[in-house]
Ligand binder design. Structure first.
Ligand SMILES: Nc1ncnc2c1ncn2[C@@H]1O[C@H](COP(=O)(O)OP(=O)(O)OP(=O)(O)O)[C@@H](O)[C@H]1O
Length: 303
């Protein structure tokens, strides 16, 4: 088998803003051809990481490589092969959309100009409009088009779907799939966990400047975890059930959700022993699995 090629590589990447540590020794690798989700709560360090990758910010220590090149030393070369969508976009308000995008294209003399028409049509953007007359979502679409124009090998997108309506999100995801099929690599940050499940091969979770998990979406899907949702006749009739396979439990009034790892037979047997009104077996959504990493661990009551 041919060795893996990492398009993005971070080594102990650390960033301080004054006294404030925004990134704490990030180590991350993104393989060629992957759609990689970079997720984390507000202020976790996503934009800081992305801006370092683009050479727009210098790390305090550590290093990062894109397409094998050092982001500090080779920023200009790297940017030729990267499509970047910042989380907030600013254009000259009086410029027309077509002029904005033509200007962007002028930096890439070899670019195929037909891509511009293709994406304008696909994203339903009116090129005659002035930027100042665009809605937030339409401005975002212009920025998405700009990131794609020069057919980059790597797309780095900072919260690409914020502001897009569901229909356009669908169009956008299809574009990402097309790019992936062409062998392109996509690295994008998001808060929306369901997006990761829909589109990503792999993801990393960043919290308070640290990577707390990196996983394959497929392996998460296969994780053997079931939720037994049990409705008891009343809150004071909930029995105390203990079993090593019950990794977590949530109580809402007279309903208990037991999170069971491994085979559920034994736990089920124990549960049905007591009086209950109803029982259902559910699979946790990927969001629930993520939430375990997302939130700081709380002590679990009464397991
Ligand atoms: N220019 C700056 N000066 C000082 N602190 C900053 C600066 N930019 C970001 N920070 C701080 O660094 C931390 C990481 O911020 P960053 O914008 O990278 O987070 P994020 O994960 O992108 O957040 P969000 O999801 O809200 O966009 C936060 O605590 C933020 O307040």
């Amino acid at each position: 088998m041919v060795g893996k090629e990492n398009v993005i590589c971070m080594n102990d990447l650390t960033k301080y803003y004054g006294q404030h540590q925004a990134l704490d020794r990030l180590n991350l690798e993104v393989e060629k051809g992957t759609v990689y989700g970079f997720i984390g709560p507000n202020g976790a360090g996503k934009s800081t990481t992305i801006r370092i990758l683009l050479g727009l910010l210098k790390p305090t220590s550590g290093s990062a490589f894109i397409l094998g090149k050092d982001v500090i030393k080779k920023g200009a070369v790297i940017r030729r092969h990267v499509g970047y969508l910042p989380s907030e976009v600013h254009y000259y308000e009086r410029m027309k959309v077509r002029d904005v995008l033509n200007y962007a294209l002028s930096f890439y003399p070899d670019a195929d100009r037909s891509r511009l028409e293709y994406y304008l049509d696909l994203f339903e953007v009116d090129p005659k409009k002035r930027v100042k007359n665009l809605s937030l979502g339409n401005k975002k679409k212009v920025a998405i088009i700009q990131s794609l124009l020069h057919d980059p090998d790597l797309l780095i997108l900072d919260e690409p779907t914020s502001g897009l309506d569901p229909l356009m999100q669908g169009v956008f995801f299809n574009v990402l799939k097309e790019e992936k099929e062409k062998g392109k690599t996509i690295f994008f940050s998001t808060h929306i966990l369901s997006e990761v499940e829909k589109i990503c091969d792999r993801f990393a979770i960043i919290r308070q400047g640290q990577i707390v998990a990196t996983k394959d979406v497929e392996s998460i899907r296969k994780q053997v975890m079931r939720i037994l949702k049990v409705e008891y006749p009343a809150q004071d009739r909930i029995p105390h059930i203990e079993h090593e396979q019950i990794v977590k439990r949530e109580v809402h009034d007279h309903i208990v959700r037991y999170y069971v790892q491994g085979k559920i037979n034994e736990v089920l047997r124990q549960i049905v022993h007591d009086e209950l009104n109803d029982i259902r077996v559910e699979e946790p959504s990927i969001e629930e699995i993520f939430m375990d990493y997302y939130q700081p661990k709380e002590p679990e009551g009464g397991k």
